[in-house]
Ligand binder design. Structure first.
Ligand code: XMP
Length: 512
């Protein structure tokens, strides 16, 4: 792998993603990892990321000079660039020329490889107080800016290079080109991290782990569990049984997508548990959001558990598939305590006494890679590009008690919103598009000659990177108008459509 050493800023994961986009496998490691341990991973290259501190600040993370003893190619970015300069005998100083944000860079592309064929003037993203004032011996300086006399350097013989700016952010023109020049031309790495290769590698790994044992997997209708199961199925075929708990809280067409399209595409052995009545019974009369989540989480575990026991009774089930993604792995290593705003029930979370061993074929992957894999595995596009959907489903989009009738009304309105968004070609511009039924609110309207006393629905389209923060999507008015007209015409129980224009924070994405 290419190791991205995390110096504590938010950039390391982004760098790792950009490296993967260049079709090179990468992993994030903490700066506290001893160099011997890094080298034991046999890295194709090491990238030192940006960090929050000055190399001279007390307690600033240091780069162990041993890193440079071997011949592993190294690329330094921002703080990593300065730490590298210092470790190799260059000079880092506070010049008073701090730069934050968009900055013009003056490059000498022909002087080296890193910036080859790029314009001599280009806008880059900077964030630094200290600057490298003299490059270490053996390095050629290939760029400068007003605040950074040495803004890029390289030592081709030593296969080392660095930049003061952030090539991984979108604001840096040609940033991805710079990264590729390092990976391909300086470090000499072949771009082989393709969906087909990832699939081959994972399939081999799953076969080795599972052997001839049986495997079980819970499908939620979401992309992660669908791709994880498809990979396992490709590896061990009918040793895999999938369980789909239909809790009756999915949107129109989604159970069919799992039960028909997905099975048709994969040939997976699927056990469907129709638990709609059980869930609705348990939810009857419940209005408190956290209460709803607890009930759904509890019922889900019970239903899945008994289905799993049935499957297990029939064979030698030893493994459970989980769709854990790489960012979860990196972040759970970070371990910062965040406030419990909503108790998210993780579909597939199971009690310990089931004691399955976990198969986690997506553990090294980012979401976009999971999607690319899904497409390469031939899964239905609608499933691959599905927006994130909460485990408790429509239950937390009905404000008030949940019942069959209210679910029917919300499903109808939600389907219209989704259809129009898709028709406008905006699916990928929007992170999520909850439609919320204010089931306990009524308002007066007029339809035809008659007075109506119906319910409002709220449109909640949001843009986001990771659901931690979000902004309301500025959908074109004519799209919103079409959704509104169609809902009020086609869903008689709804006589008012309102748009939620709250960012997160202070609002959350869901209403409950
Ligand atoms: P909020 O509403 O907290 O949502 O801004 C952030 C993201 O999490 C999803 N969400 C959930 N997912 N179980 C889940 O699996 C839950 O209980 C749950 N509540 C919210 C929400 O759809 C958004 O993507």
């Amino acid at each position: 792998p290419v190791l991205v050493v995390d110096f504590g800023a938010q950039y390391a994961q982004l760098i790792a993603r950009r490296v993967r986009e260049a079709r090179v496998y990468s992993e994030v490691v903490p700066h506290s990892m001893p160099v011997a341990e890094m080298l034991a991973k046999d890295p194709a290259a090491i990238i030192l990321s940006g960090g929050p501190s000055s190399v001279y600040a007390p307690g600033a993370p240091q780069v162990d000079p041993k890193l440079f003893d071997g011949d592993v190619p190294v690329f330094g970015i921002c703080y990593g660039f300065q730490a590298m300069a210092q470790a190799l005998g260059g000079t880092v100083a506070r010049t008073g020329g701090s730069e934050f944000g968009g900055t013009p860079l003056t490059a000498r592309p022909e002087a080296g490889v890193l910036l080859r064929e790029l314009p001599a003037e280009l806008p880059v993203w900077m964030s630094h107080g200290d600057s490298v004032t003299a490059a270490p011996a053996g390095f050629t300086v290939t760029a400068e800016s007003a605040g950074a006399p040495v803004a890029a350097f390289e030592d081709l013989a030593g296969r080392r290079a660095g930049v003061q700016f952030h090539p991984e952010v979108a604001h840096t023109a040609h940033g991805q080109d710079v990264l590729k020049r390092f990976l391909y031309d300086i470090a000499g790495i072949e771009p082989t991290w393709t969906p087909a290769n990832i699939i081959d590698e994972q399939v081999a790994r799953i076969r080795e782990q599972v052997g001839d044992k049986e495997v079980i997997c819970g499908l939620s209708g979401g992309v992660d569990s669908a791709v994880a199961a498809a990979l396992v199925h490709k590896a061990v075929g009918d040793q895999l049984t999938c369980v789909f708990v239909d809790h009756g809280l999915l949107r129109a067409g989604e159970p069919e997508q799992v039960e028909e399209d997905y099975v048709a595409a994969t040939g997976i052995k699927l056990k469907v548990v129709d638990a709609q009545e059980r869930f609705l019974g348990a939810l009857a009369g419940v209005t408190d959001p956290e209460q709803k989540r607890k009930i759904i989480g509890r019922e889900f575990i019970r239903v899945f558990e008994s289905a799993a026991r049935e499957v297990a009774a029939a064979g030698d089930v030893e493994f459970l598939v989980q769709g854990t993604l790489y960012p979860d792995v990196v972040e759970s290593g970070g371990g910062t305590g965040t406030a419990n705003i909503k108790s998210h029930h993780n579909v597939g979370g199971l009690p310990d006494d089931l004691q399955f061993k976990l198969v986690e074929p997506l553990r090294t992957l980012f979401k976009d890679e999971v999607r690319a894999l899904g497409l390469a595995l031939g899964l239905p596009e609608a499933m691959i590009w599905r927006h994130p959907f909460p485990g408790p489903g429509l239950a937390i989009r009905i404000i008030g008690a949940v019942d069959q009738e209210r679910l029917r009304v919300l499903r109808a309105a939600d389907l219209i919103a989704r259809e129009e968004l898709t028709a406008a070609g905006l699916d990928r511009d929007v992170w999520q598009f909850p439609v919320v039924l204010l089931a306990d609110v009524r308002s007066v309207g007029v339809q035809g000659d008659g007075r109506t006393y119906g319910h409002p629905v709220v449109l909640r389209p949001v843009s986001s990177e990771d659901a931690m923060t979000a902004d309301w999507s500025r959908l074109p008015y004519d799209v919103i108008a079409r959704i509104s007209t169609r809902i009020t015409n086609e869903v008689p129980e709804v006589n008012r459509v309102v748009l939620d224009v709250t960012s997160k924070p202070p609002g959350t994405i869901e209403w409950e």
